[in-house]
Design a binder for this molecule. Structure first.
Ligand code: NAD
Length: 349
């Protein structure tokens, strides 16, 4: 093989989704040879050629599929006789926003499907000697008892134990973090484990119940004729990281040698959910009143309790900044403007 033919290779599992699609596109633009694998037939918003060289539709719960896709079809360096991927990103999961994770109806599927994917992926990654694997955990693994005060949540990495996530989704993430780290200790698999805190931006789910708060607010503001429903009292706090800052954070973390995590990847700009809704309203330039709905009113309307999650959550970026010497900084409002613009186009065709 000529030196000029050699490219670094990346495998994006769950690349048919929001973060994976953006990541695949970025790596392809950087010159990587990129394979995407997802259970979806195709990416919802992108043509395959825009984000990867090869798109495989497959179910990662099936160990045979995972075994097949874990080999790179091309050699990434002259000594890479095994054709092992340079970078593997494990983003595939059965997940969604509060309306999917916190009702309880999807608990068994969320745990079973995501755990199977992670068990298969980590095993095959070690077996095929991939050079480095990124695992996307979630802030949902942090204990509920540190997130009861909306003004002072504690999500420092070291606060993870004693564990008490408020959802089965969070428990599965915690288990899988430990799984990847155990494969590092016992089989020398080079892993990077990050805990994402609410990533948002264009080209993500924006309707039908699996969307997250920023997309839901943008859609509601775009569709509204004067009122906008916000679940809960609107005083619960969160932070939201724009997709470009997320990718930059992931790649800087992935491409340093020393530190494998777990580490938070999120924004430290904490807002209440009503403030987030108001941002979407301001950006829409419409006159819209926020209508908070919870308690019995919510149950009467939807038939289940309002799925709100913890009272307060914010990313704590001290560890990331200490290890990486850099941290994400884009203001939430700017990301919301870009997201609203895209969702407004989807709503209005
Ligand atoms: P997403 O739902 O858009 O992407 C996940 C992808 O996994 C989907 O395209 C889905 O089809 C795919 N998938 C699910 N089951 C599969 C299976 N059996 N086989 C193959 N593919 C399968 O989610 P996202 O927002 O891009 O999140 C990516 C990862 O980051 C997930 O692991 C998620 O838990 C984690 N995370 C995301 C956020 C966030 O705010 N977006 C926050 C915390 C953690």
């Amino acid at each position: 093989m000529k030196k000029t033919d050699i490219k670094k290779t990346a495998l994006i599992l769950g690349g048919g989704g929001f973060i994976g699609g953006h990541l695949a596109k970025r790596l392809k633009n950087e010159g990587f040879w990129v394979r995407v694998v997802d259970i979806k037939e195709e990416h919802e918003f992108w043509d395959h050629n825009e984000i990867c060289h090869e798109y495989i539709s497959g179910d990662l719960r099936d160990p045979k599929i995972v075994s097949l896709v874990m080999f790179s079809p091309i050699q990434s360096s002259e000594d890479d006789k095994e054709k092992a991927f340079d970078e593997v990103y494990q983003l595939a999961a059965d997940m969604g926003g509060a309306g999917y994770i916190f009702t309880g109806d999807n608990d068994a599927n969320v745990m079973h499907n995501s755990a199977l994917i992670n068990l298969n992926v980590v095993f095959e990654a070690a077996k095929k000697s991939v050079k480095r694997v990124f695992y996307s955990s979630s802030a949902c693994m942090y204990p509920e008892y540190n997130q009861l005060d909306p003004d002072n949540p504690n999500c420092e990495e070291s606060s993870a134990y004693p564990a008490k996530p408020d959802s089965e989704y969070g428990w599965e993430k915690l288990f899988s973090e430990r799984l990847f780290l155990a494969f590092n200790r016992n089989y020398g698999l080079d892993v990077r484990v990050a805990r994402f805190h609410n990533i948002f931006g264009p080209m993500g789910t924006w309707k039908d119940g699996k969307e997250k708060a920023p997309a839901a607010m943008c859609r509601k503001a775009s569709e509204s004729k004067g009122e906008m429903e916000v679940w809960g009292d609107g005083l619960q706090t969160r932070s939201f990281l724009y997709i470009d800052d997320c990718l930059e954070s992931v790649l800087r973390f992935m491409r340093q040698e020393e530190f494998m995590g777990p580490v938070n990847i999120g924004s430290e700009e904490m807002v209440t959910i009503n403030q987030l809704a108001q941002m979407a309203i301001d950006i829409s330039e419409k006159d819209i009143k926020i209508n908070n709905i919870d308690g019995q009113d919510f149950i009467d309307k939807y038939g289940f309790s309002c799925p709100m999650g913890v009272r307060g959550r914010n990313s704590d970026n001290k560890l990331y900044k200490e290890k990486m010497g850099w941290g994400p900084s884009q203001p939430l409002y700017e990301g919301m403007e870009l997201t609203f613009k895209w969702i407004n186009q989807q709503v209005n065709g």
